[in-house]
Design a binder for this molecule. Structure first.
Ligand code: ZN
Length: 241
């Protein structure tokens, strides 16, 4: 594959007027880890690949199930039973052959996260459970790598960028009961809104154009509407993990 310099790649013609050639260069030098390749990760990973993020590290332990297909648009009927991470990597590479995609078929924990994500400019939480989200949060605080959280339930969703040392951490906005295990009802289109917002914030953060870090963004697909809540960084007593 012959890849032109990012700032001159026609693939990015329609976004360079918004983020500048310099912004495009920044994206091409960035490494983003995407943890979770379900409904959220399916969408964010495709937008980030298409936007020209230089390196994606994608992590997921599961195989594709039929009940994933109402929202997990990286996969199709032929994917059922196959592991998500390598499938996703192939799809993302075919979407944009000029980026690097590293895949890991693994369940993330405090013990292995350092190996799975040795370094990154940003970690995306595309998970569906708080226990593992807090693994990412602790790693983020330990390493200083910013963590961009997203979550969806029903018609609702939220996005929050935590930057260690500057904002409250993710634990500060976590629900009190972390062990809820139930089937979360969700419409694919509401995951799409939240995932697209997460991808948009990731891109704007990486080009240095995002000012709402530490602000919890709430998406209500029923009204529809978006609300913002500032989370006081001084209220975060979690400090460095
Ligand atoms: Zn905190």
């Amino acid at each position: 594959m012959n890849c032109p310099p990012p700032a001159r790649d026609p693939r990015y013609d329609r976004q360079i007027p918004l983020i500048g050639e310099e912004g495009q260069e920044k994206l091409s030098k960035a490494t983003v880890a995407i943890v979770g390749l379900g409904g959220l990760g399916s969408i964010t990973s495709q937008y980030l690949a298409a936007a020209g993020i230089g390196e994606l590290i994608i992590i997921n332990a599961n195989t594709v199930e039929e009940n994933n297909l109402n929202r997990q648009l990286l996969y199709d009927a032929a994917s059922i039973g196959l592991p998500k991470a390598p499938l996703a990597a192939r799809r993302l590479k075919s979407l944009n052959p000029c980026i690097r995609v590293e895949w890991r078929q693994a369940r993330i924990s405090d013990d292995n996260i350092g190996e799975l994500i040795p370094s990154a400019d940003l970690i995306l939480d595309c998970l569906d459970n708080w226990k593992t989200r807090l693994v990412l949060d602790r790693y983020s605080r330990r390493t200083g790598i910013p963590l961009l959280h997203a979550a969806v339930e029903g018609y609702y969703g939220q996005v929050y960028l935590s930057v260690p040392g500057r904002t409250a951490c993710l634990e500060c906005i976590a629900p009190s009961n972390l062990n809820v295990k139930r089937k979360i009802p969700v419409l694919g289109a509401s995951v799409g809104i939240v995932a697209s917002l997460q991808a948009l914030i990731a891109i704007r953060y990486l080009v240095g154009d995002y000012r709402d870090e530490g602000t919890l963004i709430l998406v209500d697909g029923r009204r529809p509407g978006i609300d913002k809540i500032n989370i006081d960084p001084n209220a975060c007593k979690c400090t460095r993990a």
